[in-house]
Design a protein around this ligand. Structure first.
Ligand SMILES: NC(=O)c1ccc[n+]([C@@H]2O[C@H](COP(=O)([O-])OP(=O)(O)OC[C@H]3O[C@@H](n4cnc5c(N)ncnc54)[C@H](OP(=O)(O)O)[C@@H]3O)[C@@H](O)[C@H]2O)c1
Length: 317
């Protein structure tokens, strides 16, 4: 990939965002497109996906990462925010495809990015082993929270690290915990269940602590992650600055929408993902939207919207 046009911070970037139609990728690509040239890659499986990208000033690259040839990417890319991944039922049902998209293709992409200024690999808090009632630090051991998906992301980190080192690519690995906002996320999924009068199913080791991160904050911290990428890779938990239990935020959401949240504990529920954000505060900064404000916004979106599907369906448990 020719990147003679690479720019330093403050100049106009030429950015590839993969997973550009997704919950994380779309708002970040849209914000980047206000100042930079942005290419958004996805298969565009949803109706109107390519048009939604174009309307946000993002040039659509309709492609499947499975078997993708990165030499076909636009010349002169300066940054890559790699958010595309196989998630949910598709990851559960086909482990080989899951490893191909989340690990091998990610490595091929990083290997093709020699000389760019920053590559962000979206990993996950689901790549850690459970540590019980304490926040998880970056040095804690890997674990299998969500089957193939977790395994493929652990492999993906290793493959991307290898490729970045071999090809001199400054790298940030963000381990994403729980995003939420207009595009959806686990708190939105739980809100939908509360509104529908269904149980919210949680892990029995209560309280189920999380640090949910609202869209405004994850857009800002996502762009920051591109800026701090380093040849000595930055590995950082990526979450809200505040801890709140799912029990507490569901009770609060219930009050906001006038329905009581019914919690049911089940040993088969995924364990809670509670991050230590000390390193995030040092390298990326703090988040600014208090959890009550974020929850108010999704509850308002739920109450004011008559459009079916205005609160998107969550695909992560
Ligand atoms: N949101 C969270 O709370 C959270 C938590 C932990 C980790 N993460 C990580 O953050 C990243 C983004 O997650 P998300 O929540 O935004 O997921 P998402 O909403 O499901 O979006 C996934 C994106 O990847 C694209 N994609 C999937 N398979 C693809 C393929 N084979 N080739 C090209 N594009 C493909 C999808 O578009 P098409 O289907 O149209 O191709 C979509 O744009 C992922 O790497 C995920 O593992 C997110």
């Amino acid at each position: 990939m020719n990147n003679d046009a690479a720019t330093s911070s403050g100049e106009r970037w030429k950015v590839l965002v993969t997973g550009a139609t997704g919950r994380v990728g779309f708002p970040i690509a849209r914000a980047l497109a206000e100042r930079h040239q942005v290419f958004g890659m996805a298969r565009c499986q949803g109706a109107g996906d390519a048009e939604r990208l174009s309307a946000a000033g993002i040039t659509p690259l309709v492609a499947d990462l499975e078997g993708f040839d990165p030499t076909t990417l636009p010349d002169g890319l300066t940054h890559v925010f790699h958010a595309a991944a196989l998630i949910g039922p598709a990851a559960r049902s086909d482990w080989q495809r899951c490893f191909e998209v989340n690990a091998q293709a990610s490595g091929r992409l990083a290997a093709a990015c020699a000389g760019i200024h920053g590559f962000v690999y979206c990993s996950t808090g689901s790549a850690y082993a459970y540590q019980g009632q304490r926040p998880i630090c970056e040095d804690d051991p890997p674990g299998v929270h969500l089957g193939n998906y977790s395994l493929s992301k652990i492999a993906g980190e290793a493959v991307v690290r290898f490729a970045a080192r071999e090809h001199g690519v400054p790298l940030t690995i963000i381990r994403i915990f729980s995003t939420y906002g207009p595009e959806g996320g686990a708190p939105v999924d739980r809100l939908r269940r509360i509104v529908a009068g269904k149980d919210v199913v949680l892990h029995p080791d209560s309280p189920n602590n999380y640090n949910p991160i609202y869209e405004d904050d994850y857009v800002r911290l996502g762009i920051r992650a591109l800026e701090v990428a380093s040849l000595d890779p930055v590995v950082v938990n990526w979450a809200g600055s505040e801890t709140v239990s799912a029990e507490d935020y569901c009770a609060y959401l219930g009050e906001l929408v006038g329905k009581q949240a019914r919690i049911r504990y089940d040993v088969t529920a995924p364990w809670p993902l509670w991050p230590d954000v000390t390193r995030m505060h040092e390298v990326l900064g703090r988040t600014q939207i208090p959890w009550q404000e974020g929850m108010r916004r999704i509850a308002l979106q739920c109450k004011t919207s008559s459009r079916d599907g205005a609160l998107p369906t969550e695909t992560l448990p």
